[in-house]
Design a protein around this ligand. Structure first.
Ligand code: HSE
Length: 298
């Protein structure tokens, strides 16, 4: 009557796919322990690693779990314990991991009344609490793995896309906290048609590259003329890091989710390891504290 699970970090947007594309990092994530209780109550008795609210209505995992239980009219109580390894406000789906993990675990303990895809809409309620907007580009890949594409929000339709075996993603997190709510508030609400044309051309090509296993096409398509120019201003040395990534053979480079983390997509371990040291040296030289993760995507 209990389940222990790994709730993965995710990189949303992937440059050209603002609010519709994300991928799952298989080596970075939280640990969760979910168990049935006999109190008919949803509780969050313990969170370690981060200072987060234990009140169910103020916690993303609690809100997501409650959405699922309400839809079923389920009275069974659950205890959700979370060991946070992902820092809040880092841009790699910290809230999404907790929300996705909670609904995944509870669904399993209830005998899987919902498919994994159907769990996305409950986990999105956690995102609504965290950022004021119920986007799915972190929770979907956290639940489904690999890459996910939101074809439509209303009605909700989410497609699972394959990953490529040699993808290595480096995520560099300058240790400043950036709230998704804040970094959404600076985005312009209107897009010039010429920019939109480039953006959907790139997004289509990026999806195609996953199916044709074309790493170079994937890299060429990792571009964003709409959001990145605005948000990158909040990230220390963004342009220099991007130049460093490309000079060291990365396929592409961009902002991870709403930042401040950035990501470099690489093909193979050799390129990724070399770039990892370059990033380390660069931020150390500038006296900027950081975390750096290297992961596969699946
Ligand atoms: N797509 C979202 C954004 C992801 O960029 O604001 C952040 O969680």
């Amino acid at each position: 009557d209990k389940i222990k699970l790994f709730a993965p970090a995710t990189v949303a947007n992937l440059s050209c796919g603002f609010d519709v594309l994300g991928c799952c990092l298989n080596e970075v994530g939280d640990e969760m322990l979910i168990s049935k209780n006999s109190e008919q109550k949803l509780r969050i008795p313990k969170i370690t690693g981060q200072d987060l609210p234990l009140e169910v209505d103020k916690n993303v995992a609690g809100v997501a779990a409650k959405a699922l239980l309400d839809e079923l009219g389920e009275k069974q109580g659950f205890d959700i314990e979370i060991k946070k390894n992902i820092k809040a406000g880092s841009g790699i789906g910290s809230s999404a991991a907790s929300a996705a993990g909670a609904v995944f675990g509870i669904n399993k303990l209830l005998g899987e009344p919902f498919s994994t895809n159907q769990l996305i809409k409950f986990a999105m309620e956690g995102e609504r609490l965290a950022s004021g907007n119920a986007h799915a580009d972190n929770v979907a890949p956290a639940l489904l793995g690999n890459f996910s594409l939101v074809r439509s929000y209303e009605p909700l339709e989410i497609l699972s896309l394959p990953s490529l075996p040699e993808f290595r993603i480096l995520v560099l997190h300058p240790l400043i906290e950036l709230k998704t709510k804040d970094s959404r508030s600076i985005i312009r609400q209107n897009v010039a048609l010429t920019k939109a044309i480039n953006q959907w051309g790139n997004l289509g090509a990026l999806v195609s590259a996953l199916y044709t296993k074309d790493y170079e096409l994937f890299g060429r398509s990792l571009k964003d003329e709409i959001i990145e120019p605005v948000r990158s201003i909040l990230i220390p040395y963004f342009d220099e890091l991007k130049a460093l990534a490309i000079a060291n053979g990365a396929l592409g480079f961009g902002i991870s989710g709403s930042g401040p983390s950035v990501f470099a997509m690489c093909k193979g371990d050799v390129v990724a390891q070399k770039l990892k040291s370059e990033f380390q040296e660069f931020y150390q030289d500038k006296n900027i504290d950081f975390d750096l993760h290297l992961s596969k995507i699946n």
